[in-house]
Design a protein. Sequence first.
Length: 203
Amino acid sequence: MTRGIGKGFLGLLLAFGVLAGAPAAGDSPPLSPALAQQWVPLTPPVPAPQTAFTAVERGEDQTVETRVRLDDYAGRVVLLNVWATWCAPCVHEMPALDQLQADLADEGLLVLTLSTDRGGLNQVEPFFEDLNLKHLEIFLDPRGALARDLDVRGLPSTYLIDRDGQVVGALQGAYDWAGADAKALIRHYLAKAPTPAQQEAER
């Protein structure tokens, strides 16, 4: 199975704002001037790493932690946000990510906020409660395995993954993800159906 992004590749792109290639004619996502200053498109896209991390399902009676990979969400558009509770810019943008999930979930978006806090659920769950985050699920990467394979070089770092499991772009630093320009970018990819090969793989 492909491992996805090569070591150091995406981190370097983010660090230097490198454009990986020219987008195909007519296929460029809409970018406001503000978003264009931070957004790093990947053309061609690259496969997302398939490093395992933990998804938390919280119920009234019990909490279940399950090991998952990004390909478990194939067929959906995923906004993967790598963050930590001690990161002030992460805390600042979390309510916007929560609102984005509420607004676009029905269109097929999953906002996957991946905590790198070493304290795991005991550290993250009270944070969610304090900020009254109602729409985001909890995902944990306390050992930083997926963050390393993404070559994260600063928090927060956000990656947009299309329905075929390809990283189409990334952004380092905080952003107003509930804003109209961010939604326009994401809806560009929500409007795209999975490729026939991906549709066959999901059957």
